[in-house]
Design a binder for this molecule. Structure first.
Ligand code: ACM
Length: 511
């Protein structure tokens, strides 16, 4: 068996189940939707239009059942393959959907082909009982530095589902582009979604030039809603990220009153940490809460990401208005002003039944009461937050930043931001820091890959950076820690790459 991520428990049985044009899928009213998805998964490569029926009088059948008393949790499932029939059982629809993903992998990799293919459509008999190790299993995608077309986002969601990932973190705003339509503030996309050019080469290259090619794009609210719906069908929640108070130049270019200097800015063309940040006036907080109001209406996600990283305090230090604000609020310094800013968003989201999440810099001036922390600069921020009783997602750049190089020989790779994160290092990542007590460790929700796109302009390049590292991360997040085995993973990766190939997904070859 070549399942990836490896399931929690698998008992081989004897015999095989042969899928044929006469097979049927049997489902009740509560399992119809997954049954239809399973039929759709199996149709292109086999050419079999398997009917979904309420009662399967004739064999062989694939049965789908929801059973509340199953002990595999909301995302777990049981999958039993016997020569006479297959049964997918789960306590909730997400588990049933993951059982269907496992079933696909029990068939030859050619099952992922979009065209009818000749293959032996049989599955070895087996009993699988499975559930994930972590509840937050994700992938982030920066669509601000380079706009990523919608078909690529749909494709990524499909491949995430295949890896039983459940969280898509959509980075929608940054210095170099604002990518989400906000009806109340049309200039955010009229102006903020477009830049006049892009820095060529690495940002550290002293001879850097600009390409002078206009770049941009944005997602309409209808498009974003369609992404949310498509993801939900695959049991993936979409966490939008609206950056504040830093990484804000595109928004300030659209509405200069949001900045600190009154200076007319353009949407940024260079990378790095930029000093132009939002001011902390009441009017700016209201503006951003009005933006969030529309964001909440589009994204039902329980978590809303407000960024919070890399916010230089230079402008706040030099601005009389910011200093007056610090004094009026009786705050000690600029870090406390950032914490005040984030705390206002925390209250706003909490009142609307949502949770704020931000990068670990939101700890710096004191953590907002309900905030969850995404720990990227290392594990320290996550450890500190978990010890304070806050939920954390562990995303240290050393292990799960997929914009990092995949080879020590950087010249042999496409230009990247830096670092070196080979497949084995991702696979070895352990999201629970040894320093935490079991009680504190319960606050570690999981992890996700990060794909920042300063140097990644196309879906093809994005796929090269994502795969197979995301395959390794899926196993970190799903499989019980004591069953992880890199050599065994590498064996199972070969058919996984054949599956990706059949799906038309690019990947980097394995050393
Ligand atoms: C980050 O990489 N600035 C979160």
């Amino acid at each position: 068996m070549t399942l990836l991520p490896l399931p929690a428990d698998l008992q081989p049985l004897s015999g095989t189940f042969i899928l044929s044009p006469d097979s049927v899928i049997q489902a009740g009213p509560d399992t119809q939707q997954t049954a239809g998805q399973l039929a759709d998964f199996l149709r292109p490569a086999t050419g079999f239009a398997l009917p979904v029926v309420e009662r399967a009088d004739k064999t062989p059948a694939i049965h789908l059942e929801l059973s509340a008393d199953l002990t595999t949790g909301p995302e777990g499932y049981e999958l039993e393959v016997l020569p006479g029939g297959v049964t997918l059982r789960a306590a909730a629809p997400a588990g049933l959907f993951y059982a269907a993903q496992t079933l696909r992998q029990l068939l030859p990799p050619a099952i992922f082909s979009p065209q009818v293919t000749q293959a032996d459509w049989s599955m070895d008999a087996v009993l699988i009982s499975d559930q994930p190790r972590f509840g937050w299993r994700g992938q982030h995608l920066d669509c601000a530095r380079h706009f990523m077309p919608l078909p690529f986002i749909y494709k990524l969601l499909d491949v995430m589902a295949l890896h039983k990932l459940n969280t898509f973190h959509w980075h929608l705003t940054d210095d170099q582009g604002w990518r989400l339509e906000i009806e109340r503030y049309p200039r955010l996309t009229e102006v903020g979604a477009w830049r006049k050019g892009t820095r060529k080469g690495h940002e550290r290259d002293p001879n850097g030039q600009f390409d002078n090619v206009r770049h941009g794009g944005f997602y309409t609210q209808a498009e974003a809603r369609a992404v949310v719906a498509y993801a939900a069908e695959r049991h993936i929640r979409v966490i939008p990220e609206i950056e504040m108070p830093g990484h804000a130049q595109a928004a300030i270019a659209a509405y200069p009153q949001l900045g600190n200097t009154g200076e007319a800015l353009e949407v940024a063309q260079q990378w790095g940490v930029i000093e132009h940040v939002f001011n902390a006036e009441e009017s700016t907080i209201t503006f951003l809460q009005n933006v969030l109001e529309e964001v909440l209406d589009i994204f039902p996600s329980p978590y809303i990401h407000v960024g919070g990283d890399e916010c230089p305090k230079t402008e706040w230090r030099e601005s009389a208005a910011a200093q007056a604000r610090i004094a009026a609020l009786n705050l000690p310094d600029e870090n406390a002003l950032q914490s005040y800013f984030i705390a206002r968003m925390d209250t706003f989201l909490q009142e609307r039944g949502r949770h704020l999440i931000g990068w670990d810099e939101i700890l710096e001036g004191g953590l907002a009461p309900h905030a969850a922390v995404m720990s990227w600069q290392g594990e320290e921020g996550g450890i500190a937050a978990a010890r304070q009783g806050h939920d954390v997602v562990m995303v240290p750049q050393t292990h799960v930043y997929f914009d990092y190089y995949q080879s020590e020989d950087q010249a042999s790779e496409p230009l990247a931001i830096g670092g070196y994160t080979p497949l084995e290092k991702v696979y070895a990542y352990e999201p629970i820091p040894a320093e935490l007590t079991p009680e504190e460790a319960k606050h570690v929700l999981g992890s996700q890959g990060q794909l920042w796109t300063e140097y990644i302009a196309t879906p093809e390049h994005a796929e090269y950076m994502l795969f197979p590292r995301l395959c390794a991360l899926s196993e970190v997040l799903w499989t019980p820690a004591n069953q992880k085995d890199y050599a065994d993973f590498r064996q199972r990766l070969t058919p996984q790459l054949e599956r990706l190939q059949a799906l038309g997904v690019g990947f980097r070859g394995v050393d």
